[in-house]
Design a protein around this ligand. Sequence first.
Ligand SMILES: C[S@@+](CC[C@H](N)C(=O)[O-])C[C@H]1O[C@@H](n2cnc3c(N)ncnc32)[C@H](O)[C@@H]1O
Length: 252
Amino acid sequence: MSHSIAHRFGRAAASYDAHSAPQRHAAQRLADLIAAESLPAHPRVLEIGCGTGHLTVALAEALLRRAASAEFFCSDIAPAMVAACRARLPQPHYLVMDGERPAVRGGFDIVCANLAAQWFHDLPGTLARLSELLAPGGLLAISTLGAESFGEWKSVHAALGLRAGTLPFVTTTALRNAFPGGELVIDEEVFVDRADAALELPRRLRAIGATRPVPGHRPLTAGQLRRVLRALGPAPTLSYQLLYGRFRKATA
Ligand SMILES: C[S@@+](CC[C@H](N)C(=O)[O-])C[C@H]1O[C@@H](n2cnc3c(N)ncnc32)[C@H](O)[C@@H]1O
């Protein structure tokens, strides 16, 4: 299963940057939230699911603005994403790694992941393992998609009597419960992606590799897809419910 995620995202590494406005937006917001926290002057940062580096760039810049220079360890399950991020930013240390089974020594001041956690099979188990990699007082900061994402797509399917293949993303409560017990802040916002043609929206998701459907989903026939696209109208939108979680490990 994780192998198929690596494959889907790996294939999209070259087209990702041109089609990832929501991911870029979430990366900037997450970076600003992290940089506003109390942090050491030279934090050690582990990034999970770095993709082509939207969060890496935004966080490095946000930390520099507050005169903190970080040592980055960037990881992704897809080797092609790691290669794309390295080509954009040579300074960090890189590793191909499944963030659900992190194979690194701990002691990080920040562990972060922008829009990778919605692909985890075991969110609570993974967040527990990632928090174990934190130094005392360290920060685990992630963004993920909330259950209200893609409402337009889902209601058009429902109105036509069809089942959308979108994954069941977490509710705010489920995300809160997935973190280990301790100091936790959850923020949320809605980002609306707009397109000039309905076909553009599924195309964008394909271009960034976000194509894994809910298990057992049968792809739409060409006729069904045409009806969905017609119902979405000439200026369709796709809403992303973006959830941001910041967990602080106890100091002792
Ligand atoms: C939507 S992209 C986000 C990429 C990047 N963080 C950004 O801000 O643009 C999701 C990324 O998470 C990676 N990913 C998915 N599941 C993962 C896992 N279990 N471990 C590590 N990376 C994973 C994918 O390969 C992909 O690069």
